[in-house]
Design a protein around this ligand. Structure first.
Ligand code: PEP
Ligand code: MG
Length: 365
């Protein structure tokens, strides 16, 4: 990772004089958050929560939650996960010291948390007190032919609202706790993989109800926002309807690219290099935003979203948020921020400043 000396830091403050679009970071640990702030990130644009469940004690409860076919059991496992999640968010909010933090609710298909090796299945079955055959049956039930188009994102939160409830509670209890320590905190809760306004409304309702409960229990409130990823082409097409309900949009251009091209994020490697060599593609569309096609959906999402809500906050958190030509494209569409991995924050700051200069806008004096 690059180390910054004082000269570089000074240079970057000069750059920032010519930048009017924020650069945030994608970070899901306090370490990454601190590193990104060191590089000048002005918030977290995407804290993915899936990795937070892989710690040794947590994965056990997570697996118990997934395997269970009774809501009561799922709720009891989630109750055990709540303190871990709350601590995760307290640490991240503390690290960001009052800068906005967008936390995305659980996204991946649940079977990703389950083992597929026979030996591990045996151990887990023992741990859960069920037979190996029973666990294998459960794993088969959860497995999908096309997991990326399957039971993930808000679809999980809608079929199992108790997951959304637990995460919303952890985020908001953490925020109230940090506020009680006399610090500012701006949580933004983000719903993944939304394709219909009804999905968003469902999830927002769950979050708002939990917020009401938490604030009443604690006798203290925090400002929070509820917004959505725009990462399914349909979400861009109906962005006005979603914007009526959402406080912010964040373009998930990884999935948007996958679903617009119909190239699997996991398997495109099999032909991408050949396509690049043959000139069928100029760039890897998962690295450099395809302005001709995917970019049209981003533009439509911004235009329709802001037509419905003129002050809608809009950002991007796909890989493209750290690619200079994609950053310029986002700038020209009027995005409020781009969000990228910590080590790409400096290049995104430079790209944003360059886009400002190229736009011919005047520097505020
Ligand atoms: C995206 O799809 O662009 C995104 C940021 O989410 P993820 O990569 O976690 O699917
Ligand atoms: Mg995504």
């Amino acid at each position: 990772a690059p180390q910054f000396g004082d000269n570089f830091r000074t240079f970057m403050t000069w750059v920032d004089e010519f930048r009017d679009m924020d650069v945030r970071t994608n970070a899901d640990t306090p370490e990454d958050a601190l590193r990104a702030r060191e590089y000048g990130a002005l918030g977290i644009g995407l804290a993915r929560t899936e990795h937070m469940f892989f710690g040794e004690e947590r994965i056990r409860e997570m697996r118990r939650m997934i395997i269970s076919e009774s809501e009561g059991e799922r709720r009891s496992a989630l109750e055990n996960l709540l303190p871990y999640q709350r601590e995760d968010f307290i640490e991240i909010f503390e690290a960001m010291e009052g800068l906005p933090v967008t936390v995305r609710l659980l996204d991946p298909p649940l079977h990703e948390f389950l083992p597929d090796e026979e030996k591990e299945v045996k151990t887990l079955a023992k741990e859960l007190g069920i037979s190996t055959a029973e666990l294998n049956r459960k794993i088969r039930l959860l497995s999908e032919f096309n997991p990326m188009l399957g039971h993930r994102g808000c679809r999980l939160g809608i079929t199992y609202p108790e997951i959304t409830e637990m995460q919303a509670r952890a985020i908001l209890e953490a925020a109230v706790e940090v506020k009680s320590r006399g610090k500012e905190v701006y949580p933004e809760i983000m719903i993944p993989l939304v394709g219909t306004a009804e999905e968003f409304i469902h999830e927002r309702h769950v979050v708002d109800e939990i917020a009401e409960d938490v604030f009443a229990e604690k006798g203290s409130e925090v400002d929070y926002k509820v917004g959505t990823m725009i990462e399914i082409p349909r979400a861009a097409l109906i962005a006005d309807k979603i914007a009526d309900e959402a406080d912010f949009f964040s373009f998930g251009t990884n999935d948007l690219t996958q679903m617009t091209f119909g190239y699997s994020r996991d398997d495109a490697g099999k032909f991408l290099e050949h396509y690049l060599n043959e000139g069928i593609l100029k760039n890897d569309p998962f690295q450099v935003l395809d302005q001709e096609g995917v970019g049209q959906l981003v533009e439509m999402g911004v235009t329709k979203g802001r037509a419905a809500k003129s002050d809608l906050k809009v950002g991007i958190c796909g890989e493209h948020g750290g690619d200079p030509s994609s950053v310029a494209f986002c700038y020209n569409l009027g995005l409020n921020y781009v969000s990228c991995s910590p080590y790409r924050v400096p290049i995104a700051r430079l790209a944003a400043a360059q886009a400002f200069l190229r736009s011919g806008k005047k520097v505020a004096s």
